[in-house]
Ligand binder design. Structure first.
Ligand SMILES: C[S@@+](CC[C@H](N)C(=O)[O-])C[C@H]1O[C@@H](n2cnc3c(N)ncnc32)[C@H](O)[C@@H]1O
Length: 326
């Protein structure tokens, strides 16, 4: 299915709100790890978060990473509205409507051309939405040559509902260390998988994977690049790739409603409904089907189903890049 120019795939009714509430946020520990281990000497003057959506990475840059000033840019009016409203009390963040194509003009307009100003440009779950070659050329054109400036491309591939084994199988099958990645698995130290929940987690995982399989062809970009941790992208033709990291982050006891909310925020789910002309909330709605299957695991006891908690693993990954040396 082709992406339509000018269409806002993040502006479906209620999507920005779902997005702000339920999308995986980049774990602070992961960001701190990247900074401490791989971005030594980073200054914290200004960063620009491209395609900021509802702005949570911009917020993390401003608060957790301590940037003096953060600009969040995006093309989606409704996402930006949600971001501006959510973070209206943070005086060091500004949100602006601008596409990646306009980055050079944006930098000029905000007086960020001075090389000691702009320290970091970030992308969160977004570079795959953009024309890659043009985007990399743009980045190359705005990076200064004589200083420590970074581009941090962050993303996460399909999260999984942990059934006690599937995470380890997946890591082994992917074998990403052999492809140059540092692979980390972050599990809370006091975590223990509750074996008594294994069969229920497996059934829920199956229903969740079924919904994914259904909506997957409705992404308006080649989503498989994310499952391949962007390895098909030729970043290093344009920029210097300093580090590639995969960070499997386990959240125990996530409420099933948060999983439903996450699926609701998915652009492919919204496009699936639109493409098949399915009414939201009807029996053909894949999210309704997922909810029904989850309820069945509790013998259709709705109250019990509402209280289900699952262990959720999100495979975050990043490419930390800088200007190619001349
Ligand atoms: C999946 S969302 C990611 C939002 C947020 N950064 C995050 O980490 O969740 C992708 C975002 O990319 C934005 N986007 C798509 N094409 C863009 C472009 N050419 N320039 C800037 N933003 C774009 C969309 O509007 C959307 O908000």
């Amino acid at each position: 299915m082709e992406k339509q120019d000018g269409k806002d795939y993040f502006g479906f009714e209620g999507q920005a709100q779902s997005y702000a509430k339920y999308r995986p946020q980049y774990p602070d520990q992961f960001l701190q790890y990247i900074r401490a281990e791989h971005m030594k000497g980073l200054n914290h003057n200004v960063s620009i978060d491209i395609a900021t959506g509802t702005g949570f990475l911009a917020k993390q840059l401003a608060i957790n990473l301590g940037f003096k000033k953060v600009y969040g840019t995006d093309i989606s009016e409704s996402q930006l509205k949600e971001a501006a409203n959510k973070y209206k009390d943070l005086t060091n963040i500004e949100f602006h409507q601008a596409g990646i194509e306009e980055l050079p003009q944006f930098i000029e307009k905000h007086n960020l051309k001075n090389e000691n100003q702009l320290d970091l440009i970030t992308f969160g779950q977004s570079i795959h939405w953009m024309p890659l070659q043009k985007t990399l050329e743009t980045l190359d054109s705005v990076l200064g040559s004589s200083m420590q400036q970074y581009v941090l491309v962050l993303a996460y591939s399909k999260p999984l509902i942990y059934d006690g084994q599937n995470l380890w199988q997946r890591i082994k099958e992917q074998n990403m260390e052999s492809k140059g990645f540092v692979v980390k698995t972050n599990i809370p130290t006091d975590y223990q998988f509750d074996q008594s929940k294994q069969s229920i987690q497996s059934l829920i995982s199956e229903a969740y994977e079924e919904m994914w399989a259904k909506i997957y062809p409705h992404f308006r970009f080649d989503r498989s690049v994310i499952e391949k941790f962007y390895t098909p992208f030729n970043f290093d033709d344009y920029l210097n790739v300093d580090t590639q990291i995969i960070w499997n982050d386990l959240t125990p006891q996530k409420s099933i409603h948060e999983v439903f909310g996450y699926m609701n925020s998915n652009s492919a789910y919204q496009c699936y409904l639109e493409d098949h002309k399915i009414e939201k909330g009807s029996n053909e709605d894949p999210l309704v089907i997922l909810k029904q299957k989850v309820a069945q695991t509790c013998g259709s006891d709705i109250q019990l189903a509402n209280e289900i908690k699952i262990d959720f693993v999100t495979p975050y990954f990043c490419y930390l890049m800088s200007k190619k040396s001349q």
